[in-house]
Design a binder for this molecule. Structure first.
Ligand code: APR
Length: 237
């Protein structure tokens, strides 16, 4: 029997059990900042020092957190089925560090910085890259300032064509740890339903788009996702 094409979309909830703060669980504050005050091009234009310090603190935090059982469950799924596309709204590298490959980061990544002149991104996680001093690019003759390689509110998410194609052709679409507040990510379940996919949600509590899913599992992803993955793998033994 040919294997199902599975697309997984993860949100901040999958990293919660690793100790990475979500955006909307703690009254909308993100590391004591309102998201709108640090995650917009306007904030970067008007108060770059504050935005830079905010992201440098989160980049440094990457070294203090580890993948959890939910990340490992998705790596196990990828290792045992050929057609699994892993898309994440998260900017941490926990999927990669749990062994997942070809992770599609639609909101950018903390471990890379982007040159403001050439728009090229490069991994910059050496100790000298993690201070509060401005980081300079290595791609321009005259080194330019770099910005966080993050998709801010009002900017276009990355890899959307690849994401839409994957969802249009999938058999199963799984969302893990997302509140369904931010588009286009929150609307992908509707696209999956229109494509005839079986849609599954794993979330601590019912998000605002819970009704769109065929199957809803409420509880911690670290507990529920390993069970769901083993069911999916047994069904396709
Ligand atoms: N297991 C499963 N789900 C969890 C867990 C857990 N242990 N802990 C929290 N959650 C759920 C919460 O119930 C919530 O519905 O994860 C969801 C996190 O929602 P948000 O904080 O809104 O994060 P997310 O949906 O990823 O935000 C989307 O918004 O701020 C922007 O760009 C940012 O990518 C982010 C986007």
């Amino acid at each position: 029997m040919n294997q199902p094409r599975i697309v997984v979309l993860t949100g901040a909830g999958i990293s919660a059990e690793s100790g990475v703060r979500t955006f909307r669980d703690n009254g909308g504050l993100w590391e004591e900042h309102r998201v709108e005050d640090v995650a917009t091009p306007q904030a970067w234009a008007t108060n770059p020092e504050m935005v830079w310090r905010f992201y440098q603190a989160r980049r440094r935090q990457l070294q203090e957190v580890e993948p959890n059982d939910a990340h490992h469950a998705l790596t196990h799924l990828q290792n045992n089925l050929e057609q699994v596309t892993l898309i994440t709204q998260n900017v941490d590298d926990l999927h990669e560090r749990s062994g997942s490959s070809e992770v599609v980061h639609m909101h950018g990544e903390l471990k890379t910085l982007r040159c403001e002149m050439s728009l090229r991104s490069e991994v910059r996680m050496e100790p000298s890259d993690l201070t509060d001093d401005v980081a300079l690019c290595s791609c321009c003759a005259q080194p330019s300032a770099m910005r966080p390689d993050i998709v801010w509110f009002g900017e276009m998410p990355m890899h959307m064509l690849e994401i839409m194609n994957a969802i249009d052709t999938c058999d199963v679409f799984i969302v893990v740890g997302s509140s369904g507040h931010v588009y286009p990510a929150a609307g992908l379940v509707d696209q999956a339903n229109n494509a005839g996919a079986h849609t599954i949600l794993v979330n601590l509590e019912a998000p605002i788009n819970a009704a769109a899913f065929d199957e809803v599992h409420l509880g911690p992803a670290g507990e529920l996702l390993p069970k769901l993955v083993s069911t999916l793998l047994n069904d396709n033994d």
